[in-house]
Each structure stands twice: as C-alpha cells, then as structure tokens.
Design a protein around this ligand. Structure first.
Ligand code: AVJ
Length: 349
C-alpha cells in the first residue's frame, strides 16, 4: 500500500481561521461553537412563518427538545418501529464489511449527535484498526448531554470534539481541522425528512465539502408493505402520537402559546404517490390559538391539519440515482435480514 505523506500528530487545528470558540470540558471532551451568532432564524420566527400559511406546517426539527428526544428514544424501542432495530441489525454485522475500507487513521464524524448505541457500534469498529479515535458529533443544538460524557468515560482513547453548528458548516470546519480521512455518518434515515430537492441540494453540499479519501455512510428507510409502514407511525401504545403532540406543548412552553393538546389528534398516513409517511396534527374542533412570543394568533377549523413531518421511503434505484446526481460513487449497500432498511457506503465521485 502507498504511504501517504502526512503528519497527523503535529498538525495544528486551524480553528483560529474559522471563527469558532473552543471550549474544553474535560481532557478528552471539547466543543466548538461559532463566535458569530448564526444568522439562522429563531424558533419564534419560523413558527410564525410556517403557521401563518394557509397549509399550516411545523418543521420536524422542532420535535427534539428534551422531552421530545426522550419520546423519540421510546419510539425506537417500540416493536412496530422497525427503522431503529433494522439499522442496528446492519451495524452489528458491519465490522468485517467496513474494515477493508478503513486503512488510515479515520475520524468519525456524525451528522446529528447520536451518542447512542449506534455510535458505539461504529466506534468499536474503528478501534479495531486504530488505537486512538477522534469523534466529531455535529449538531445545531446541545450535543453535550450526559450520554456524551458516558461515552468519554467508557472509551479512554476516544477524543470527542463536538461542533455546534449546521451539518454543512460543521463539516466544513472538520475538513479544515486536519488532514485525516473522515468516516461521515448520517444514520437513522434522518435524510427522509428532506423533500427531493432539499435532499439533493444537501447531498451536493456534503460531497463538495468531502475530501477524496473520506467515506460517507448513510442509513435510508426502504419502501415496503403498506401495513408495516403504517404501523411504525401508528403504534399501539400511542407513543408516536405523544411525540407529535409534544411539539405543541413545546410551543406552549417556549412561546407562551395556549394550544389545548386535547383538541388535537395524531394522524399519520402513507402517501403512496410521494413515497412518504406524512404526519399531521388534526384539529378536533373549531378553535383559535394565541402564540404571543411569535406575535401570532391563528384559527383552525374542525378537521384542519397541521403538517408536522414527511418521512420519505426509498427504492434502491432511487437511492442510486440520488447518489449519482449529487456527486457520490456508491461503494456498498447493506440490508437487514428483512430488507426494510439500507446502509450505503459511498465516496466522493
Ligand atoms: C428521525 C426522521 C428518521 O421519520 O421515522 C419517528 C422520526 N417520526 N416517528 C422517522 C419519526 C415519527 C424519524 N426520523
């Protein structure tokens, strides 16, 4: 094998070029935050905008406050919610399949802060080929929770460097940080929340930011039997309903709104034509709601829907063409035993 002329140990991080603060929490736990407050709009701005439209909408990114994240963890342990168990099944068998692609000293970059069992499975694989590992979770919101601290206690040779920023900016930062190759992961079919154009644009940005020896590992949920899809978002314990309704509770808490949660019901349906689960909150009565901190009052008719999420399901040809169109070369595609979920390994074209 060709040896690359690189010095990993002496390379100084170039954070001074990039306008990030460095906060050292512990010996092996650091995070970087942009110094300039980003220009992205606030929760109040976005809610005002998306609930003022004739087709009311709340972005699914707002599901994940502390309570919402806990409910999402509950969803992941539901028997009907196959995406989590299917992806984990693939990851548990990944070691012999992924290791042939790992030759240098790879960093692990995670889009979205996992700090879950899935992150641990990937860390374990990388430690099979290297003695130290640097892990960069990228997330716009508080990624340094207790699970991150547990991670650094459990792995003494792991260095965690959180980047509190958008995925694109965070990846840009890491690419300039040093010259190590990166295994960039985007798991859980989070990609399914994008519509087709947003998804394509996102992948184009990622592939442009990547260097030629980086690897990209993306988990995508597959098209399948209607009943399996339906039940995954209409679970018998109503956890998904609680998850969906919690976003209204969050708006009540943070924006002083007066949504009456009992006046809404969870509605999730598979849209065959668009190949996606659509989630809504249905108004059960004619009602009006005040959202003072968004400077907004809305009225809802009985049966009116607030759209809260799209979760796209993919076919294999669709995955291949999306990757091709966005500057990626597919290396591998792995499935779980039921072929419900796919994990794709790709490189920059
Ligand atoms: C985190 C976006 C992958 O779409 O399945 C789970 C979120 N919504 N149940 C998904 C979700 C309802 C989940 N993703």
């Amino acid at each position: 094998m060709q040896t690359k002329n690189r010095t990993y140990m002496n390379k100084r991080p170039r954070q001074e070029l990039l306008d990030y603060h460095c906060n050292v929490i512990e010996r092996n736990l650091t995070y970087f935050k942009p110094t300039k407050s980003s220009t992205t709009s606030t929760f109040a701005d976005e809610i005002k905008e998306s609930l003022s439209k004739s087709e009311k909408f709340i972005s699914p990114k707002f599901f994940y406050n502390e309570t919402g994240s806990k409910i999402y963890d509950e969803i992941c342990s539901l028997p009907e919610y196959y995406p989590y168990s299917s992806e984990t099944e693939i990851l548990k068998k990944l070691e012999p399949k992924l290791l042939p692609y790992i030759s240098d000293e790879f960093h692990l970059v995670e889009l979205g802060s996992g700090s879950s069992i899935k992150t641990r499975l990937l860390i374990d694989i990388l430690f099979k080929s290297q003695t130290t590992l640097q892990y960069f979770p990228i997330d716009i919101s508080d990624i340094l929770d207790t699970s991150t601290k547990n991670l650094c206690n459990d792995y003494p040779n792991l260095t965690i460097t959180g980047v509190v920023d958008t995925f694109e900016n965070g990846l840009d930062f890491i690419e300039q940080y040093d010259d190590n190759p990166n295994l960039i992961t985007f798991l859980g079919s989070s990609f399914g929340n994008f519509n087709q154009n947003e998804g394509l644009e996102f992948l184009i940005k990622i592939s442009k930011l990547m260097s030629s020896d980086d690897l990209f590992l993306i988990g995508l949920d597959l098209k399948k039997d209607f009943k399996v899809l339906h039940d995954a978002y209409n679970d018998s314990q109503n956890v998904t309903s609680k998850f969906n309704l919690n976003v209204l509770q969050r708006i009540n808490e943070e924006l002083d709104a007066n949504f009456m949660l009992n006046n809404f019901e969870h509605y999730a349906v598979y849209n065959e034509k668009k190949g996606r689960i659509e989630m809504y909150l249905r108004s059960l009565v004619n009602q009006s709601v005040k959202i003072p901190k968004a400077d907004l009052s809305i009225s809802l008719c009985k049966n009116e829907l607030i759209h809260t999420e799209n979760s796209h399901k993919f076919s294999i040809p669709q995955i291949e063409s999306t990757l091709n169109k966005s500057g990626f070369k597919k290396l591998e595609i792995w499935f779980d035993s039921r072929k419900y979920f796919a994990l794709i390994l790709a490189k920059k074209l």
